[in-house]
Write a protein that binds this ligand. Structure first.
Ligand SMILES: Cc1ncc(COP(=O)(O)O)c(CN[C@@H](CCCC(=O)O)C(=O)O)c1O
Length: 400
């Protein structure tokens, strides 16, 4: 027999791929006795299961055959119409995708040539790095502080680098929980327009504000600047995952027509279309169920964030720094430089608590002394218990 080594068949592109730290940790944290602050998972006890049941029955009663049939790549028209109306743009500028994760993958496919410079926040959402990586970009990290991206530093980078695109999460950033200030948003939109850099605004958490004042999206600022959705250099991505249910995989991209046209072609080659039934269910839910669900979730996550912040103040060593989110699901810890949160994780899991080590969120490495905590998927009681355990481990580690 002729020996065949399957690994030898992998493409160069495949060889650059690696696993998502979040997905790998999720396997550990499936253990029921572990309190997980790891995955950005919505609170399961808040899912509107009865409302989804009713919507599914309504769809199957009214249009069962259509719901189970192939549908258009662009997406279910009533859903695109609703999204377009919310954004004040034509449905033609809205593309439904199977989770905003697919949106990131398809945007990478249609926008990135090998070696293109991609500007990303330090740290940024590791799932975006995973989506862009196979298209072999060159990352340049943008420094961030409590107000989000440092736009002075951005201007320096734009003078120095021919950048193709900038990927940003202005609201309740993953992983830090930070929010880009209104004045920095305006500067970022003007600078990127001036230097011809396309912006991908990833905004799955924008509706989950529980304190502070909302600021216009980069997309909205781009619309005001260019006056026309087909001339906007900002591409907007959002999702129903965090406001309603991630398991339905309903999300969308707002972009200028030439980009939408290529996203459609890329999606044809990827999955033909997002599940028809799930889109029709979402089209039922957006009118009444979604607004109510957003209120419930905002309230619950605001309460859980406060619990986690109080627990940090009560149980954590004083030298541990943390962000204070105004919405979303995450906050971010920076520990003294001597701590490495990677090897620390198994010891935390032994104490029945889990987090995501920070370094996978840095495109160019670093951040070993950081970690991401999600408060969305733990009740206030679980937060108290888990944070007490994590605080004890950190006190031991820091010799406090
Ligand atoms: C900034 C940002 N962009 C896109 C996504 C993907 O959301 P969907 O595909 O729309 O569900 C996410 C979801 N990230 C969560 C969920 C990851 C879920 C998982 O890998 O199990 C997390 O960071 O834990 C995100 O934070």
């Amino acid at each position: 027999s002729v020996a065949f080594d399957p690994a030898s068949a992998l493409s160069r592109r495949a060889r650059t791929m690696n696993a998502s730290a979040i997905r790998e940790i999720l396997k550990i944290t499936q253990r029921p006795d572990v309190i997980s602050f790891a995955g950005g998972l919505p609170a399961p006890e808040l899912f509107p299961i009865e409302e989804v049941r009713a919507a599914t029955n309504a769809v199957l009663d009214r249009a069962g055959a259509a719901a189970l049939q192939y549908s258009t790549t662009e997406g279910h028209s009533p859903l695109r119409e609703w999204i377009g109306a919310q954004a004040g743009i034509p449905a033609a500028n809205v593309q439904i995708v199977t989770g905003s994760q697919q949106g990131l993958d398809l945007l990478g496919k249609v926008l990135l040539d090998e070696g293109d410079v991609v500007l990303v926040e330090a740290p940024t959402y590791l799932g975006a790095l995973q989506s862009f990586q196979p298209y072999l970009p060159r990352y340049v990290q943008l420094p961030t502080d409590e107000g989000g991206i440092d736009v002075d530093a951005l201007e320096e980078v734009l003078k120095r680098e021919r950048a193709k695109l900038l990927y940003a999460i202005p609201n309740f950033q993953n992983p830090t929980g930070r929010t880009l200030s209104a004045e920095r948003r305006q500067r970022l939109v003007e600078l990127t327009a001036q230097y011809g850099v396309l912006v991908i605004e990833d905004d799955p958490y924008g509706q989950l504000r529980f304190s502070g004042e909302p600021a216009p999206s980069l997309y909205e600022l781009g619309l005001r600047l260019h006056g026309d959705p087909d001339r906007n250099h900002v591409v907007y991505s959002s999702s129903f995952s965090k406001t309603l249910a991630p398991g339905l995989r309903d999300a969308w991209v707002q972009a200028a027509a030439p980009i939408i046209a290529k996203l459609i072609q890329a999606k044809q080659g990827s999955d033909l279309h997002t599940p028809t039934l799930n889109q029709m269910i979402m089209a039922e839910l957006v009118h009444d169920v979604l607004p109510r669900q957003i209120e419930r979730v905002r309230q619950a996550y605001g309460e859980r964030a406060q619990h986690m912040l109080r627990a940090i103040r009560a149980h954590f060593p004083a030298e541990v720094e943390h962000t204070t989110p105004e919405g979303g699901m995450f906050l971010w810890l920076t520990l003294p430089a001597r701590v490495n949160t990677g090897p620390l994780l198994p010891r935390a899991v032994e104490r029945k608590v889990a987090y995501v080590p920070g370094s996978p969120f840095y495109a160019l490495g670093g951040g070993e002394n950081t970690m991401r905590l999600s408060y969305s998927n733990a009740t206030p009681e679980q937060i108290d218990t888990g944070m007490r355990a994590l605080g004890g481990l950190l006190r031991e580690e820091l010799g406090a």
